[in-house]
Structure formats: structure tokens, C-alpha cells
Design a protein around this ligand. Sequence first.
Ligand code: HEM
Length: 348
Amino acid sequence: MRVFLLALAMQFAGAAWAQSEAQQQQQRQAEQPGNNAPVWRDVKAGEKNFTTIKGRETEVLVQPPARFPGQNVTATAGEAWRKFRNGPVTFYGGLLVTVIAVVILGFYFWKGPVKLHDRPSGRLIRRFSTLEQVVHWSAAISFCVLGISGLIMLFGKYLLLPVIGYTLFAWLTALGKNLHNFIAPLFIVSVIAMIFMWLRDNLPKSYDWMWFGKAWAFFARGEHIPSGRFNAGEKAWFWGGVILLSVIVSWSGIILLFPNFDQTRAVMQDAWIWHASAALLYIAISFGHIYMGTIGVEGAYGNMRTGYTDETWAKEHHDLWYKEVKSASRAPAAGAVPAGAPHMKEKT
Ligand code: HEM
């Protein structure tokens, strides 16, 4: 009996509350037409509602409030993420990429490229196989496409839109987004191949520590530091960039590319932060690699373009590898110069 009375009382209370809610709503419609703040307050509380769509969080219309690092105001998680994206990530990421680019260019104009000390011998040895070249260039080209399209997506609104206008900018970002989505798998496959291909040559050796101690002498004066097929700087790029940062950008990128695996919105937001932060760091570090592989070190670009290097270059940059190649007699006959092989300019 007591239970029955309690249930009855609750029903009355519920009905009275609903009535007063309805009255309040009616009054609000009369006084402030179009203002449905209470509804949105409920929606933003992250309450689960009813939906026939199956999946995680489909019954939640708007995420509940959250706060990202450095934010004082608690906003809905989507809004907090948007502010974090357009705030710290864009600002500090942009700053990092710009500063590194300026430092590298400044260094180039200050010290110039690392040059060979001796004349090129004219005798070429094989530095990279055709497979290595194909894998490297597919990683390099896909990386550049991903990097440029990613930068346009993040910074284009501030840097390009005011210059090229809405029509061209909309077209460019749509193209960039599609390129980004479709080229990403090529980058991932190339990097996996690269890891298997070059893991052995990038294993750390005791003499590599010396390279870090003398790195300045190498960059500033072109001093030689004993190294194997790859020097310690290249190994750092391999482990830190090619392995660590590739894993972070690829893993978070896959989460973003396939939102149909029932991941929650919070997972997507976190994935975006990892993706963009690691990608910006990757781009900044890649400037160093691209610099060394093009204008920074005389003869380096030709190595990867043709697969051959001059004996003088091998001796001056990778002496331990050179000795190994010579003693194993893996090099083609001395003096044999394949058509189209690099010809390092003689020092004048
Ligand atoms: C336009 C972009 C790029 C250029 C011009 C470039 C150039 C070069 C050159 C010339 C070499 C040979 C250096 C030598 O003979 O020791 C090389 C090696 C290498 N590159 Fe690139 N590269 C580019 C982008 C990339 C990217 C995006 C990756 C990785 C995702 C990459 C990974 C490597 C690796 C792992 C090596 C072997 C040496 C090492 O461990 O650093 N490269 N690159």
C-alpha cells in the first residue's frame, strides 16, 4: 500500500513538473520567440537520448563539456577542441615550421653547403639499389604531397584565402583533402618497406656517439666523422622520423580516415591532436633531411637520383662503409661509369 502511494505521489510530481516545464516553454515562446536555450542546455549536458541509429555515442547529440590543455573556460568538447586546434596547435606548429626553415636557410647563407675536400675520382660505386630508390622516392613524393596539402588545410585560411579568394581556395582545399586521403596509404606502404629495407644499416654503433659530439664540425667545416653506410644524423632521422613519427601520423591518420570503426568523438579529437602535432614536427625535421639531401651536402642528391656515388664522396662521408664495400668487392669495376650517373663538379 505504502509503495503504491509513493508511486502515485511521484507520478503527480512528475506530471506537475512536466506541466510547469511546458508552461515555462510556452511563456518563453511568447516573450522570447526562437530562444530555446533550455533545450540546448539539456543537449549540451551530454545526456543520452533516443535514436534508432546504432553505434557508440549516436544517442548523444552534442558532447558534454571538456577542457583542453591551456584552456580556462569549459566549453563543449567539440568547441574546446576547435579552439585548441585553431589556437596552440596552429600557432606553435606554424612557429616551429617557420623557425626551422629560417634557421636552415640562414645557416646555408652563412656557412654554405658541405663540400668535398678532394676532387671527385670519376670512379663510381653503387650506393642505392633501384628498389631502394623507388621506395625512397615514393615515400619522399607522398610525404611532400601530404605535407603541403596538410599545411594548406591548417594554415590556408590565414595565408592563402586573403590572397587567392574563396573560389580558388575552396577548390584547392578540396583537392588537397582528397589528395591527402588517397596518397596517405602510399606513404604508409613506402615507409613500412623503408623500415624493413634500411633497419640493419641504421642499427646504432659505438662510433655513432662521436658523430653527435662533432656534428657542428661536420656542418660548419665539412669535417669527416667516421660513419658506416648511414651516419648518426641519418640514423636519428630514421629512428625518430621514419619510424617514430611515421607510426604516430599513420596510426592517428587511419583513425581519422576511417571514422566508421565506431570510434567516439573524443578519440577522433585526440587522434587529430596527435596527427597534426606529430606531422608538424615531422615536416620541420624533414626540412633538415631535405636540405642535406639537396643543397646542403654536395653530391648527396645525385646518390639517390642515380643510385651511384663517387668514391671520393663515399670516402669523405662514409669511410667505414666505403672500406666495407671495397673489401667485399661489391662495387662495380673501378672506372665503370653508368650512363646518366652523377658527375660531381670538380672543385674550382
Ligand atoms: C624531397 C624530399 C627528399 C629528398 C630530396 C631526399 C633526399 C635524400 C637523399 C639524397 C638521400 C641519400 C643520402 C645519402 O646518400 O646518404 C636520402 C636518404 C634517405 N631518405 Fe630522403 N629525401 C627526401 C624525403 C624523404 C622522406 C620524406 C623520408 C622518410 C619518410 C626520407 C627518408 C630517407 C632515409 C631513411 C634515407 C636513408 C638515410 C637515412 O637513414 O637518413 N627521405 N634522402
